[in-house]
Design a protein around this ligand. Structure first.
Ligand code: SIN
Ligand code: CO
Length: 390
């Protein structure tokens, strides 16, 4: 059985997509047999104390009020003063900080990378939980260590079914429809909107591989905002050839036609839409940043350094995507920037956007191409590629 089929509990990718993806929860016992969680609770708490790491501490009990939420970075002492039970610490985007979690995402390469969001890891002692809730996104919940009881209900909670005045969305009346106890290596897939309630039964680590989907509003307003940039939007409407009209309340055909024309002049061609989406979906999100290398390199030096290190890694701070347009031009998008790829470029675009680790030998055949070497050097200087020890 292929690795992916085994991870999907014997289902083919086609079967999983058809029956479960975005539709039905799926529990897969031993999706990752022998899974060794790459982080200990102490290391996770350590990360939650670091700058530039997004973390939260949620205490159902033992805080000033029930369901207290605190945001990191935390002082180390915070973790020495916690009760024995009923709390959870969560670290978002842990794929940026722990390479094993970056590589874990590769196991999900049967789904498009642009849909992937991040990996989040939580640690909770007995009774730790973030409460019953539903998310807007698909998630694969992998049991990393210990045991968690997951209860679900396919019914999406309504807004009046939430506990009032809390910094978290927690359901008031969660009804259990199905439940399982997950052991290390087990995985639960949840589509958006399915209510779920996970409670730690002992020292428990849960790894969430989360997917994202932009709202239709974000897509439309993003596209239109971008298209508007080519208009002089400060120019006021003028009608120097206004014709007399009998009914002053009427919006005359001349004026209506002018507005129709203005609105239809928004560029809507396939190429523009596709190229906009490539930039939009790979763009660095507001409030996020891409760490740059300590030293900018020139192409020759970049090649020497690559040879010395033997490996080049794709930064988890940047997103990559590519497509080939109707005219046959392959376009690579990295952190919102577009690169047209010629010659062996399409192959390289596919590698860059599809893998996380590149061996020197693997990319060597392309390093003699001046344009490709320059592109890789640019991506390195941007912080979108790095050498592992950097
Ligand atoms: C957790 O890891 O405790 C929460 C994950 C989730 O509910 O999505
Ligand atoms: Co959730």
């Amino acid at each position: 059985m292929s690795d992916i089929k085994a991870m999907l509990g014997g289902l083919s990718v086609e079967e999983f997509l058809e029956k479960y993806w975005q539709k039905e929860p799926l529990l897969i016992r031993q999706a990752l047999p022998g899974y060794q969680c790459p982080i200990t609770p102490e290391e996770l708490a350590g990360l939650a104390c670091e700058e530039d790491v997004e973390s939260r501490l949620i205490m159902e009990q033992g805080g000033a009020t029930p369901w207290q939420v605190e945001h990191g970075p935390f002082a180390e002492e915070r973790f020495t003063n916690l009760p024995a039970t009923h709390w959870t610490v969560l670290v978002q985007e842990i794929n940026k900080h722990v390479p094993e979690f970056a590589l874990l995402q590769d196991r999900f390469s049967f789904l498009p990378n642009w849909r992937l969001d991040d990996v989040m890891v939580s640690y909770a002692p007995e009774h730790g939980t973030v409460g019953p809730h539903a998310d807007n996104y698909d998630v694969f919940l992998i049991q990393g260590a210990g045991h968690r009881r997951w209860q679900i209900n396919r019914q999406e909670p309504s807004d009046d079914d939430l506990l009032p005045d809390l910094p978290l969305k927690i359901m008031k009346n969660f009804q259990v429809e199905e439940e399982w106890v997950l052991e290390p290596g087990d995985m639960l897939y949840l589509p958006p909107g399915v209510a779920h309630y996970g409670v730690a039964l002992d020292d428990c680590i849960t790894v969430s591989v989360g997917y994202r989907a932009p709202t239709l509003g974000a897509i439309l307003s993003g596209y239109i905002g971008d298209a508007l940039a080519q208009f002089d939007t400060d120019v006021f409407y003028r009608d120097p050839d206004l014709k007399p009209q009998d009914a002053p309340g009427e919006i005359a055909l001349d004026a209506r036609e002018e507005f129709r024309e203005l609105i239809r002049s928004l560029p809507m061609d396939d190429e523009r839409i596709d190229r906009w989406f490539g930039s939009y979906i790979t763009d660095v999100r507001p409030g996020h940043f891409v760490p740059e290398p300590a030293e900018e390199l020139r192409p020759k030096k970049f090649k020497d350094e690559f040879k010395k290190h033997g490996e080049l890694w794709r930064s988890e701070y940047t997103r990559y995507a590519h497509f080939t347009d109707a005219a046959g031009v392959t376009r690579l998008y990295v952190a919102g920037e577009e690169y047209e790829m010629y010659g062996d470029g399409p192959k390289v675009a596919q590698m860059l956007a599809g893998q996380r680790v590149f061996r020197y030998k693997e990319l060597l055949p392309y390093l003699d191409d001046k344009d490709l070497l320059e592109l890789l050097t640019d991506l390195y200087n941007l912080g979108a590629l790095y050498f592992p020890e950097d």
